[in-house]
Every structure is written in structure tokens, then in C-alpha cells.
Design a protein around this ligand. Sequence first.
Ligand code: GAP
Length: 413
Amino acid sequence: MKKEKESKDGDLMEKMVSLCKRRGFVFPGSEIYGGFAGTYDWGHLGLALKNNIKQAWWKKFVDSRRDMYGMDAAILMNPKVWEATGHVANFADPLDGKQFNTMLKTSVGARKDEVSVSYLRPETAQGMFVNFKNTVDAFHPKLPFGMAQIGKAFRNEIAPRDFLFRQREFEQMEIEYFVRPADWEKYFEYWRGEIRSWMEKIGLDMNKVHELEVAKEDRAHYSSRTIDFEFDYPFGKKELFGLAYRSDFDLKTHKLEYQDEENGEKMILHVIEPTFGVDRAFMALLLSAYTEDPAKDGASEKEPRVYLKFKPNIAPVICAVSPLLKNKPELVKYAEGKVFVPLKAEFGRVVWDDNGNIGKRYRRQDEIGTPFCIVVDFDTLEDNTVTVRDRDTGAQERVKVEELKNYLKEKIL
Ligand code: GAP
């Protein structure tokens, strides 16, 4: 039984990696030169999905709040930062009995006497801490408040593996939330709920999400409490996101005080850090969305129907527009001028698909998770309605062309 499950899960992983490449989501990095371990390149559809994930995150955690300040710090930072934070001494994994520092080293500067060793940041977090004072001086935030950043991070992982799970170059979405020392537990619980609510919102399968209270000996050197949000990947239950209580570790290290503008009280704030890996979110979302319906008896449908059940707000393509027949100019003209062009201008993530028969088009769109396929047929020319076909149920309904924009807007909410 277990063997059967393992091979089914292994299959799923293989199917996902192959779909990602074949349909233009994710390609192995530098592939035509034999690849480059721990790197992947993003194709048109993968990039669209990734951008939607990041936008959904930014919307919930930055744009819809009053207490959050966005950042986009440089990836290259003064190496003193990493010495101060303990990363130079502690950011290491065991290799052949010794500790191997996994920060990615690089040298900066041209002339010999100017060259210094620096690191590509292993977390986006420090870009926010070193701008704590700048942010307080610029915005005068009241407590509690947070800083948020999305950006690349680099780690010279000893054994990159499991597709996007462990890479050497990846992306993080992080929040540093600054609270009074006495309030940390309250906000730790608060962020625990916020993380879960975002996961649900983007459409992760919550039955596959588990929380793990990380034991002291397994926590990062800066953390006084960590909860890992784990996901059931085909290769096992592993970390997806994290929530850490970094206490006063960072602001004390950088000697950054906060002064309450109302009563003049000075203090070192404590930090709650919800951290999200973009690439792991992407993979977990694909695994949550991947669905196979058994082949129907008879007819031409011998292969199972594969579709990605993305929520419309996250799907890389919202809808595909087709003329029923591509050799009928009146259908093509209508489909392009009255449906495709206006929808494309409104939503952007709209494609034109007139290849093969309608059944093939549906299958192709199912496989990339397009929630709606719109078909212009001969009735359209008479009554200005089109067929809208739902990806998950296969159900079709007639919608007035003039109502299409609102129809889709409601679905995307
Ligand atoms: N600032 C805290 C921090 O960096 P972390 O648990 O080391 O914490 C945060 O990393 C998140 O970044 C992880 O939960 C994971 O989603 C993602 N992540 C870490 N290493 C990764 C890697 N090698 N490849 C892909 N994602 C990674």
C-alpha cells in the first residue's frame, strides 16, 4: 500500500515538472549548457502565476493595511551586516563533519585594494532591519508596525533538490513586525492566523498544511520561537512557510532604538517574522490545483483530463477566446474585435486560441488552469451571446457579449 502511494506521489512530481516545462511555466536553468544545479528559469505562464502570488501577498499584507511599509533593498549589502547578525559565524550546514557556510560569496570592486568579499543576501529580512531607522524617521509609525519586502535570496545549498523546493537562487516574501516586548505572544498568534488566511485565499489545499512547533535545537540562531507551516509534497511533509519570534535579536545587534513620540519612552522593539517562500508557494499551489479526471468511456477521450484548479484571481490566464471555426472570417472578425480585444485591454491575462478543434482547445487550456473558455459561434452573430465554458465542471452557459467584462470581474474577486 505504502509503495503504491510512493509511486503515485513520485508520478505526480514527475508530471508536474514535465507540465511546467512543456507548457512554459518553469525551465531548468541554463538548460542548453547542461543546466546549473539549484537554478530555474521562469517562462511566460510560470511568471504570470508567480506574479499573481506576489501581488496577492502585497495586496493583503501591504496595500490593504495602514501599519505596513514596503521596502526594496539592495541584494548586495555591506559584509559587516552579515558579521553583525551572526550569519558569517552561524549560517552553515554540516558537510563531511565540518560546518559549511551557505552564504553565496562574491567579490565586489575592481582595483585590487578596493576589492572586498561580500555576500548575496541569504534572506531579505536584513534589508529591512538596516532600514528600520530610515523608515521610522520618514514615516513616524506608531506601534505596532511592520516592514514588508519581496525579493531574491541566495544560498549555496549543499544539495539543491526537489524541483523548486531547495534552490540556490529563490525568492522570499517577508514581514518584520515590530512590537512592544510584552506584546510578542499576542502578535505571534495574530500572524499565525494571517498566514493561514492568506494560504486559503490563494487556494492552497489546507488539508495538506500542517503546523510544526520547531524544537529549540532546530531553530535558526536568531529565533526564540518558530512555527513551520509544512506542506505534504510528493517527496514528504516539508517546510512551506515560517513564523519566527526573533525577539530583540536584530534591532539590538544593529543598535536600533525606537522612541515613542507621545511619551518619549525609548526601547528596543521585538520582532515577529512571517516568512514566505515564493517558489514553494508556487509549487504547493500547483500541487493543490493538479487534478486528473479519469478518461470517459468510448469516444476520443482515452487520456485522463488534466486540469489545474487555480482560483481565477491566481490563474496565469483568466480566459481564452476562440472562434468556433478558424476558417470562417465572420466568426474570427467578431471573436477578435468584439470579444478578444476588449477583454485583453481590460484584464491582460487573456489569450487567443484557434488551434485544433474545440475539444483540443479546452484540454490545452485546462492543462494551464484557464478557468474560462469563451467561444464565438454562429448563434453569436444572431444574438450577441457567447458560450462560456467552466474549467472545473465543463458546464457551458450563454453570456451576453456586453456583460462579459462584469461576468469575469465577479469571478475574479
Ligand atoms: N528571514 C527568515 C528566513 O530566511 P528561512 O526559513 O531560512 O527563514 C524562509 O527561509 C523561507 O524561504 C522558507 O520558509 C522557504 O519557503 C524559503 N526558502 C528557504 N530556503 C530555500 C531554498 N533553498 N529554495 C527555495 N526556497 C527556500
